[in-house]
Write a protein that binds this ligand. Sequence first.
Ligand code: FPP
Length: 247
Amino acid sequence: MSQPRYSTVPAHVAIIMDGNGRWANGRGLPRTMGHRKGVEAVREAVRTAGESGVKYLTLFAFSSENWRRPESEVSDLMGLLKSFVRRDLETLHRENVRVKVIGDRANLRSDVLPLLLEAEERTRANTAITLVIAFNYGARDEIARAMRSIAGDVAAGVLHPADITPERISARLDTAGIPDPDLIIRTSGEERLSNFLLWQAAYAELMFIPDFWPDFSRQTFLAALENYASRERRFGGLSERPLAVGS
Ligand code: FPP
């Protein structure tokens, strides 16, 4: 298969995978079938990102607000994540994909956390692309945890308030060491960030795509990358110029 490379490939693409339920409803299927089909779209997105030269792909798999869904749907989503890690970890590893998980790890179910840790550990040294799975993730929660950590250092006298800079805040977030997303895509036609990467989205290009997530194909992804390449980014200045840190 040819490897399309656009003149300006985003280093980091983050996706809000929305519309699984509506995809299923429209076909008279249970919502869970939408999530199942969504996992296939995840596989294709990881492959397409890697082939296109994207270095980081962040997927919003489960938000800290998703616990409010019915118990059966929550347990279905947990099951799908677990089976994705169990079934796909070796393939991801073979394809040189590094897995990183962001989100609150405290109080995660004992059948989920070890799998996520194993995926991170097994793929730690891989270099082709980093797949960032946002799980039990909420941006305000992430920022609050970072602030608590900084406040702890200030209280202990090891950090002066004057030294709290945007770079130091970035370094305390779950995404420390990961460049800010260049492109954030949301599927299903909704036009919101829904508590996703709020700090990191400062200069991201936003793209809202009408397709439901299970229909997000290789072609849709490539069209999004082409659209991105045609955009001019200014970072608050007058010409396109990537910022040095976390741009
Ligand atoms: C949004 O659709 C989607 C989710 C809440 C979960 C996304 C999860 C997956 C695609 C599967 C597991 C993920 C990985 C990384 C293996 P929705 O249910 O909110 O759809 P709706 O808005 O149409 O109801």
